[in-house]
Design a protein around this ligand. Structure first.
Ligand code: ADP
Ligand code: MG
Length: 156
């Protein structure tokens, strides 16, 4: 993913998520731990919208929700063409009080498994427990229809 985008609609933001997912699937399967995406930035910035497209790009048919009470949700990746990943974890730290709460939900195991792709909304809140090679994506609210989406580390 290139470093900076302005999107003018939710569908453009979804498309960007879909493109990133397809790029990730091209990475050679030689990882020892999960692939972690840290989504940070404004409320209404488009993080959940982006992940809808991202899940679609992974071949997931289930709906991505904006989890109000659920903090961690696991979705199975059944796409036979990409056996390197088996699970997509959607984590939303909006309601988490601290990093410990996330750790208590088995976070360490989740990020240790190379078969997992883990996308975390409000990742800035648990920065200290995230791996150094986390792919950071920042979402900014510009105006009603415009969002600025910045990939902080384009190489993964
Ligand atoms: P977050 O998860 O960051 O809080 P959401 O994806 O849940 O954000 O919400 C984004 C909101 O902004 C949605 O209501 C969506 O319809 C609206 N929106 C308007 N323009 C855009 C855009 N360019 N990209 C993403 N969402 C947009
Ligand atoms: Mg959200």
């Amino acid at each position: 993913m290139k470093s900076k985008y302005l999107t003018n609609s939710p569908s453009q933001t979804k498309k960007l998520g879909e493109i990133l997912a397809k790029e990730i699937l091209k990475i050679k399967p030689r990882r020892k731990k999960a692939l972690v995406l840290g989504l940070e930035g404004d409320l209404g910035g488009g993080k959940t919208t982006f992940l809808k497209g991202f899940a679609k790009g992974l071949g997931i048919k289930e709906k991505i929700l904006s989890p109000t009470f659920i903090i961690i949700r696991r979705l199975k990746i059944n796409n036979l063409t990409m056996k390197q990943f088996a699970n997509f974890y959607h984590i939303d730290c909006y309601r988490a009080q601290n990093s410990k709460e996330i750790l208590d939900l088995g976070f360490k195991e989740i990020i240790s498994n190379p078969k997992n792709i883990v996308a975390i909304e409000w990742a800035e809140r648990i920065k200290k427990i995230l791996p150094k090679n986390t792919i950071w994506i920042k979402f900014e609210f510009i105006d009603e229809k415009t969002r600025k989406i910045t990939g902080k580390n384009p190489k993964h």
